[in-house]
Design a binder for this molecule. Structure first.
Ligand SMILES: [Cu+2]
Length: 83
C-alpha cells in the first residue's frame, strides 16, 4: 500500500476538488480514500500499487491545475491488536 499526496495549485472550490478527484481516479484505478482539499491545495489517496508519477503529472496537467509536488510513501494499515 502506498499513501500518495499531491500538491496542486489552482483549486478554488468544491468543483475543482471533484474535478481533481475524477482525474486521479481515472489515472490511478485502485485509488482509495481519495480526497482533495482546495484549502490545503492537496489531493491524497491510498493505493495498492505504486502509481505512475508521469501518468499522474500528465493527467493533472491536462486539467489546467498545476501539480507542484508528489509524495509517495509506504503505507501500513493499522491493525487492531489487543497486545
Ligand atoms: Cu473550483
Amino acid at each position: 500500500m502506498y499513501k500518495v499526496v499531491l500538491k496542486i495549485e489552482g483549486m478554488m472550490c468544491g468543483m475543482c476538488e471533484a474535478h481533481i478527484n475524477d482525474t486521479v481516479r481515472k489515472a490511478v484505478k485502485d485509488a482509495k480514500k481519495l480526497s482533495s482539499s482546495h484549502k490545503k491545495g492537496e489531493c491524497s489517496f491510498i493505493c495498492e500499487n505504486e502509481p505512475d508519477k508521469s501518468l499522474l503529472e500528465e493527467a493533472i496537467k491536462a486539467t489546467g491545475y498545476e501539480l507542484k509536488d508528489i509524495s509517495i510513501e509506504a503505507y501500513k494499515k493499522k491493525k487492531w491488536s489487543l497486545f
